[in-house]
Design a protein. Structure first.
Length: 357
């Protein structure tokens, strides 16, 4: 008699493409020995991209209203409480109804490093975490850095397993022949939101263009600061060389067509896009923050060390772009093993199977 497949419910905040969201279809497609179902806390906006649009999968949605979303999660969990629940960075408030509803097989994945904005939030959030956590809740983090922040801020000495984000090696690879270009192309890829350093990115692009006129700059992604960036580009009269390109479903081709990914985020728990770019053979220059130091621990040449004259640093690297591209190919060989989906899924299977039948 064939054993029934285990059911895993993936719970996260938004169906818009983002650091967590773009990984979930890869998990679903790569672990077909499980039946995956999805609960997304926020209802999707019809005009926005939805990572589940092309997947044949059961997906339910909560609400923009926190109370309504809380109740919907509670009811959904109660109906499915005997299954496995794998939740991603939803925070202790939305973890609470899952616990109240009686979910016993629970995995919480940390994909962030920011927990509160003020002392009141700190007290409240730590209180909710204390209610939710016990040793039966298995916790993973997407980097050593996000693990350390969780342990330092939330609870000491809790077992947290590091699972680096799986990157699709069948999608992200370099082309053997790259089309010749008359201009150097520098890109940003990711959410257009606060904390990504995008206003500064545009300022640096503007200053670089004064030194090297044959450079184009392209920003890929959507988000809340999109209109602000559009205004800033117009104010700098830079519309003919700094372009907001929006969302691209074939982002691998964006990496391949670029000469450099410039990533100046102020904080990150990991950073999918910098790994994806390297896997496509395109070098990166990144801000000197803990998650980037972790990713590029063996390749410090990709980290911008000096903030005093960042434009000069980038300019120097552009003059040595051939060397940087050669190092990207060396880094790619290391990253193919270090961020291999096979490693991630193997560890995730061990966690799921530890719950028994």
């Amino acid at each position: 008699m064939l054993q029934a497949k285990k059911i895993v419910h993936l719970v996260h905040s938004s169906s818009k493409p983002g650091g967590i969201e773009v990984l979930l279809p890869l998990i679903i497609n790569s672990m077909q020995e499980y039946v995956f179902k999805v609960f997304v806390i926020r209802k999707p906006i019809p005009s926005e991209q939805n990572v589940y649009k092309s997947l044949n999968i059961s997906a339910e949605y909560g609400s923009k209203n926190n109370f309504k979303a809380f109740i919907k999660i509670l009811i959904y969990t109660y109906k499915n409480r005997k299954n496995i629940f794998h939740v991603f960075n939803i925070g202790p408030f939305f973890l609470l109804p899952i616990k109240i509803a009686g979910a016993k097989n629970l995995v919480y994945s940390i994909h962030g490093t920011k927990y509160w904005k003020n002392e009141y939030q700190k007290l409240l959030i730590k209180f909710f975490w204390r209610i939710n956590l016990n040793k039966k809740v298995k916790i993973t983090s997407n980097s050593e850095y996000s693990r350390e922040i969780f342990l330092d801020n939330i609870i000491k000495k809790y077992p947290v397993q590091v699972l680096y984000n799986p990157i699709n090696l069948e999608r992200f690879y370099p082309l053997n022949i790259k089309a010749a270009q008359s201009k150097i192309k520098i890109i940003y890829v990711g959410r257009l939101s606060k904390g990504k350093g995008l206003e500064r990115w545009i300022d640096i692009a503007w200053r670089l263009h004064e030194i090297i006129s044959y450079v184009n700059f392209e920003i890929y992604g959507t988000g809340p600061v999109s209109d602000l960036l559009k205004i800033k580009i117009k104010e700098l009269n830079a519309e003919n060389y700094i372009f907001l390109k929006g969302f691209r479903s074939d982002i691998e081709n964006v990496y391949r067509e670029a000469d450099l990914l410039l990533f100046l985020s102020e904080y990150e728990s990991f950073g999918n896009v910098v790994v994806e770019s390297i896997l496509c053979g395109t070098p990166v220059l990144v801000s000197d923050i803990p998650s980037m130091r972790e990713i590029f621990k063996n390749f410090p040449e990709f980290i911008i060390k000096s903030e005093n004259n960042i434009v000069q640093t980038i300019y120097t690297n552009l003059r040595n772009i051939t060397m940087l591209k050669e190092r990207a190919l060396v880094a790619r060989e290391v990253f193919m093993h270090r961020f291999s989906p096979v490693n991630h899924f193997s560890k995730l299977r061990e966690i799921y199977e530890s719950f028994g039948n």
